[in-house]
Design a protein around this ligand. Structure first.
Ligand SMILES: Cc1cc2nc3c(=O)[nH]c(=O)nc-3n(C[C@H](O)[C@H](O)[C@H](O)COP(=O)(O)OP(=O)(O)OC[C@H]3O[C@@H](n4cnc5c(N)ncnc54)[C@H](O)[C@@H]3O)c2cc1C
Ligand code: FES
Length: 513
């Protein structure tokens, strides 16, 4: 979902704009030559930064100013107004900053400002090891180097590919609308340039928490001073006859995605088992490739457990508009060669079957090492496990969420990256609690759905706008309290809801947010 760059718009900021057009708390998009610039006045100070988010090019002028930050409307990345630093994922690269001055009631943007170099931190002898080359692991390694860590960083991943933009694997890349070079989070050279020793195809077999040592799959040992476990989750495979055939796939890695793409090139019909996010996004991507798609799932409405009935009905209708056929309140009992036999007795011929029935967190390493686990690896608000110096982040981590007041574990890209970042800061000795409102997005055809907060159960759903018209804010409440907000094309409200949740929680905990 990269934005289209239609070329510079707005006033030429080198010529100045009237100071009256930029009140306090205001933003204005303009340009100098081809550089698109966001001009901001916040708490009496003027800032000029790149106008587009470094994640997928979201227009920051449509975002939200919160304290000394600007938040992106699309997936809630946060940038420091003063330095341009991407302080909270999913954006990782900084914005360019410009000098700006006000004279004679006009505001002028001047030349680009140099990026501050980080102060060296940590000791050269220190060794931080990250197990996992996914969202949390990558974001942690990047943050360690960004903040000037001078010690060794080793990232161990049993994947054969360097960290990728996993959400893209069920969206644009799978649909054929994004080239493969969009998928890696960084180019291969980046790891060497940043002295990150990325060891691919490297399984970590066990962890000895006491002696701070890992045993790798080949039997070799690796010592660490601090460790981040970021082993993510694995797709649940179905224990039904025929599920082990080569045309029956799950989707987690780029290798899985390439295999589905290869089969989709000749497939006429696909069966997607499971109306999960990944199942339905895969259905949409396969429709873009002109493959006939049937979705088989046990529930009455797709995604009702997460979104409630109204959005569930909308998602079903949206997919049906694009030709997807649903077989709900049904399951696949057997995959007999190319024929999926349903509980209802119907049979569906399929050249490709994709199983999207959920994932299981990979907590085996932590569990066997004796770390505290509770359907996830238990961490405190600093992402530290029950053993000092060992951290966990991402899909495996169960943390104390100050917003819901519960210990929760989620499977969201942005949460995993931010937890990796927070774990890195804590490893560097900068005490940083994880207090962000959980956020995820999902994309079905041209319709993005944003979700902020966490509601496993609610007693009321309030809808503002019109779900079927793709213009709505859906609030999930319990006892009058808003637990979560889903929205379609209401980005500002989604951002505001996240901020309100974080501020409420901070107030309740009596901490500065
Ligand atoms: C196709 C797809 C689309 C998605 N789309 C979205 C979306 O739109 N929005 C959203 O919010 N979320 C989305 N998600 C979920 C999101 O990608 C995950 O929540 C996120 O990747 C979790 O990050 P993580 O670092 O915890 O785990 P991962 O990204 O899965 O990384 C785990 C890493 O650990 C490695 N590993 C595991 N065990 C070992 C071991 N023993 N030794 C060595 N290495 C090991 C794995 O190979 C992998 O590199 C999507 C997921 C998938 C699969
Ligand atoms: S485009 Fe800005 S966070 Fe994704």
């Amino acid at each position: 979902m990269a934005g289209n760059n239609k070329g510079p718009t707005g006033p030429d900021l080198s010529k100045g704009v009237s100071a009256g057009d930029l009140p306090d708390g205001g933003m204005m998009a303009g340009h100098i030559g081809d550089d698109e610039i966001l001009l901001v006045r916040q708490n009496g100070t003027l800032y000029a930064l790149s106008a587009h988010c470094t994640h997928y090019h979201g227009p920051l002028a449509d975002g939200l100013l919160v304290g000394a930050t600007v938040r992106c409307p699309w997936h809630h990345a946060r940038f420091n107004l003063e330095t341009g630093e991407a302080i909270a994922a999913p954006a990782l690269s900084p914005l360019t900053c410009w000098q700006v001055e006000e004279r004679d009631r006009r505001v002028f943007v001047k030349s680009k400002r140099a990026r501050p170099t980080p102060k060296a931190t940590g000791s050269a002898n220190e060794h931080i090891v990250i197990v996992g080359g996914g969202a949390a692991g990558f974001a942690a390694a990047e943050m360690l180097r960004r903040r000037g860590f001078t010690g060794r960083v080793t990232m161990l991943s049993n994947d054969d590919a360097a960290p990728v933009d996993r959400p893209n694997l069920s969206k644009d890349y799978l649909a054929g609308s994004a080239p493969e070079d969009w998928v890696p989070l960084r180019g291969d050279d980046w790891y060497a340039e940043n002295k990150i020793d990325l060891k691919l195809k490297t399984e970590v077999a066990s962890l000895d928490a006491k002696s701070k040592e890992l045993t790798l799959g080949n039997g070799s040992k690796m010592k660490f001073d601090k460790l981040l476990l970021a082993t993510g989750a694995e797709p649940i495979r179905l224990d039904i006859p025929g599920a082990d055939q080569p045309h029956v796939r799950t989707l987690r890695s780029i290798a899985d995605c390439r295999a589905i793409i290869a089969q989709a090139k000749t497939a006429k019909r696909a069966v997607v088992i499971g109306a999960s996010f990944i199942g339905l996004e895969t259905a949409a991507a396969l429709r873009a490739r002109d493959v006939e798609v049937h979705v088989v799932a046990p529930e009455k409405r797709p995604l009702e457990r997460v979104f409630g009935p109204q959005l569930g009905d909308f998602i079903r209708a949206l997919h049906e508009e694009h030709g997807v056929k649903f077989h709900l309140e049904n399951t696949v009992m057997v995959i007999d060669g190319k024929r999926a036999v349903l509980r209802s007795g119907d049979g569906l011929n399929a050249d490709l079957v994709v199983i999207g029935v959920g994932v299981r967190p990979r907590i085996g390493l932590a569990e066997k090492a004796g770390l505290a686990v509770d359907k996830g690896v238990s961490v405190n608000e600093y992402m530290e496990t029950s053993v000092s110096g060992i951290y966990a982040a991402g899909d495996i981590a169960r943390w104390p969420d100050p917003i819901s007041g519960e210990r929760i574990r989620v499977e969201h890209w942005v949460v995993a990256e931010r937890q990796g970042q927070v774990a890195a800061l804590n490893m560097l000795g900068v005490p940083t609690p994880f207090r962000s409102a959980p956020f995820f997005w999902s994309q079905h055809y041209d319709v993005p759905i944003n979700y902020v907060g966490h509601a496993e159960k609610w007693d009321t759903i309030d809808i503002e706008g019109d779900v079927m018209k793709r213009d709505c804010v859906v609030r999930y409440k319990r006892g009058g309290q808003v637990l979560a907000v889903a929205s379609i094309y209401r980005d500002k409200e989604s951002l505001e809801a996240g901020v309100a949740m974080e501020q409420e929680a901070a107030k309740a905990q009596n901490v500065a947010d």
